[in-house]
Design a protein around this ligand. Structure first.
Ligand code: DX5
Ligand code: ZN
Length: 219
């Protein structure tokens, strides 16, 4: 499986609707939506009103990445405004199992993310319940950073772990993904690729097509 999930954090917010329509028409698989609270990560991005607004114009799968402290407080709000998938951070939850159990009661795909320094062991207790594990390939908080190579080894480790136990979650990567490294990260075992800068800088439709081409032409 190869899915591309453009991150709107790198979009031009003045033309957000048009740019979302462009990635969708070009064949992007999901839309990645980065919510930051200025506490769990240093920056603040956007929240429910923006998601509500773009939901009216797009049928894409909304992959909502919550970089917020104690996301359990806001699950219903994010579902109500249009999230199809919600990913919380293992490090941001006082009780990760409880947070995942609450998400599982709702009609949403459930993901857990780990920061670069967090070990795969952090998701062990919830792994059988998950639809997705997001391996951060940069320190969360900002777009436009360089991928940390050690995180690619973590993708390999996670893929082996999943195969060993027969879990069903898909493996997503986020941060510094571009045409120069997408093949390597795919080979390490990732399946869903978030890309902000590499999609929204330059010709958006061409960028989306090039991403897909990198993988399709290689296999
Ligand atoms: C970082 C965000 C990413 C970011 C990726 O905290 O989670 O989704 O938008 O941006 P690029 O692809 O530019 O590294
Ligand atoms: Zn993200």
């Amino acid at each position: 499986m190869f899915k591309l999930a453009p991150s709107i954090l790198a979009a031009d917010f003045n033309r957000l609707g048009a740019q979302i329509a462009e990635v969708e028409a070009a064949g992007a698989d999901e839309l990645h939506i980065d919510v930051m609270d200025g506490v769990f990560v240093p920056s603040i991005s956007f929240g429910m009103p923006l998601i509500t607004s773009i939901r009216k114009e797009s049928n894409m799968f909304f992959d909502v990445h919550l970089m917020i402290t104690e996301p359990i407080r806001y699950l219903d709000e994010f579902i109500k405004c249009g999230a199809d998938g919600i990913t919380v951070h293992a490090e941001a939850c006082e009780d990760l199992e409880e947070t995942v159990r609450e998400l599982k009661k709702r009609n949403v795909k459930v993901g857990v993310s780990v920061k670069p320094a967090t070990q795969i062991a952090a998701i062990k207790a919830v792994a059988p319940m998950l639809d997705r594990v997001l391996v951060m390939t940069v320190e969360p908080g900002f777009g436009g950073q360089k991928l940390i190579p050690a995180c690619v080894d973590k993708v390999k480790e996670l893929r082996e772990y999943r195969e060993k136990f027969g879990y069903k979650f898909d493996i997503e990567v986020d941060g510094g993904i571009g045409l120069s490294n997408v093949k390597e990260v795919y080979e390490a075992g990732a399946e869903v690729f978030v890309a902000g800068t590499a999609v929204f800088r330059g010709n958006i439709a061409e960028n989306v097509k090039h991403f897909k081409g990198e993988i399709i032409s290689a296999y």
